[in-house]
Design a binder for this molecule. Structure first.
Ligand SMILES: Nc1ncnc2c1ncn2[C@@H]1O[C@H](COP(=O)(O)OP(=O)(O)O)[C@@H](O)[C@H]1O
Ligand SMILES: O=C(O)[C@@H](CO)OP(=O)(O)O
Ligand SMILES: [Mg+2]
Length: 444
């Protein structure tokens, strides 16, 4: 006897929400940073607040406002000032910190204003000051500080080129770091000699600190030589705006200083803490799954690849569990996370999670007691107002009854309208956090 699909759907949503709650930036900051009187404890290290004249908060990222809020809750009147850039509308009620709302993924003039405010604070912070840097996904586009000679327009043009060429976030950010005055550890140079604590919410597979938001406060292992390789690999040289080509060429010839490397004294007074990640979200979701009666199985927080292909793997697991109880008998909740990609096929509307759910629906057609939920933890999947979508074994037959062909919708990259018609989009609203996506499979 399988659990009713409706119950599975309710449970899937509960499990997804528990994952998101675990990486809520306000809570995550307050878990990592605690205060007792004048003693501040940051992931095991203790700071005596009496030793610091001023405490500042700088940073950038989609979760910047909620991270700042968490820090204000802990530091209260000890926080002197701050400048944090967030994506438009990703705000939270903060008092000491000034929020700059700016464009993402293409940087804009508002972002330049935020980056300048952040660099100003970093520069004026002295030996007796403490600077918190709050970083989350989106931080790269939200902190444009083009190297001398490069205009914002050129950087915008270049960003569009980069995002469309198929390069990985690691490769994209290697280039960004070498065209910036603050990325790739250069912000740490400005903060020194002040004490620096960086709090990071990871939105990249592997949680690499030098990749998230282009690692403005950590050592950068990449070089101008790497930039040249990437430009060659994606055939970008001809399309580069002239100032950018010139800058990379001068960098390659040793005429522009490299980003700071590991071991440089600039990182001596620096602590970095990863406060939230996809793995942390999955673990909390798994706990919730157990709580509502499923055996949880966390597969991986590092899923990457074409959304519609990854979805087929999850659907295949559904078949195996249903048919022969392997790798575990129902009720089971298989959890995975990461960030897929979508090769667009048409002009429709959708996101990688909606596409995932649509592809999964086609493969679990007719299966009883199976629900698949795919959702972005930031609450916005692609250029839509949905976080993702939910599919079950009846999704395809319900669509067909409405005269809709799932295959046509996939071919038009129009998963949003497919799930709109079925009323199966997943809505959370902007969550204030951002640790990539979660893929849940429930077999009851
Ligand atoms: N019609 C569509 N169908 C499926 N995916 C889409 C569609 N349009 C855009 N996307 C995908 O949405 C992604 C951007 O999603 P978004 O949630 O804004 O990213 P992030 O949260 O990582 O910044 C792009 O990688 C793009 O491939
Ligand atoms: O800011 C960035 O560099 C990346 C990774 O952290 O985030 P996003 O893909 O959201 O722009
Ligand atoms: Mg998103």
């Amino acid at each position: 006897m399988t659990r009713h699909t409706k119950q599975l759907r309710t449970d899937a949503r509960l499990i997804f929400d528990a994952g998101i709650a675990a990486v809520d930036p306000v809570a995550a900051v307050q878990n990592a940073v605690t205060r007792q009187g004048h003693l501040l404890s940051v992931a095991g290290e203790v700071y005596d607040l009496h030793q610091y004249a001023h405490i500042y908060a700088i940073g950038a990222g989609k979760a910047g406002a909620t991270m700042a809020k968490g820090l204000e809750n802990v530091l209260q009147d000890r926080l002197t000032a701050g400048a944090v850039t967030v994506k438009y509308d990703h705000v939270a009620p903060v008092t000491a910190v000034t929020l700059y709302e700016a464009g993402h993924p293409i940087p804009d003039a508002a972002g330049v204003g935020g980056a300048e405010a952040m660099m100003h604070i970093a520069q004026q912070a002295g030996e007796n000051d403490l600077v918190f840097c709050l970083l989350s996904g989106g931080g790269s586009a939200l902190s444009p500080a083009p190297s001398t000679g490069i205009t914002l327009e050129e950087k915008q043009q270049f960003t569009s080129l980069l995002l469309a060429c198929g390069a990985s976030i690691d490769e994209i950010n290697t280039l960004r770091k070498h065209l910036s005055r603050l990325k790739g550890g250069q912000l740490a140079r400005l903060v020194a000699p002040a004490r620096l604590i960086t709090l990071v919410l990871s939105d990249v597979v592997g949680d690499r600190l030098d990749v998230i938001a282009s690692g403005p406060t950590v050592p950068d292992a990449s070089t101008f030589a790497d930039c040249h390789e990437i430009v060659a690999r994606y055939g970008l040289m001809e399309q580069l705006p002239p100032s950018i080509r010139d800058h990379l060429q001068r960098g390659g010839a040793g005429q522009v200083p490299e980003t700071p490397k590991a071991g440089e004294p600039v990182f001596a007074r620096h602590q970095t803490v990863l406060i939230g990640s996809n793995r942390i979200a999955l673990q909390a979701a798994a706990q919730q799954a157990r709580h509502v009666g499923y055996t949880p199985l966390v597969l991986s927080s590092s899923v990457q690849g074409e959304a519609r292909e990854i979805a087929r793997v999850q659907a295949a697991m559904a078949h195996e569990i249903r048919q022969c109880g392997l790798p575990m008998p129902p009720p089971v909740c298989v959890l995975a996370g990461g960030e897929t990609t979508v090769t667009l096929l048409g002009q429709g509307k959708g996101g990688r999670n909606q596409e995932f759910a649509l592809a999964a629906a086609m493969d679990i057609d007719g299966l009883e007691g199976v629900v698949i939920l795919s959702g972005g933890t930031d609450g916005t999947d692609g250029p839509t107002d949905a976080a993702g979508a939910v599919a079950d074994g009846e999704t395809v037959s319900r669509a067909q009854a409405l005269g809709l062909s799932p295959k046509d919708f996939i071919q038009r990259s129009d998963s949003y309208h497919f799930f709109t018609a079925l009323d199966d989009l997943l809505f959370t609203g902007p969550t204030g956090t951002n640790v990539m996506d979660m893929y849940l499979l429930l077999v009851g």
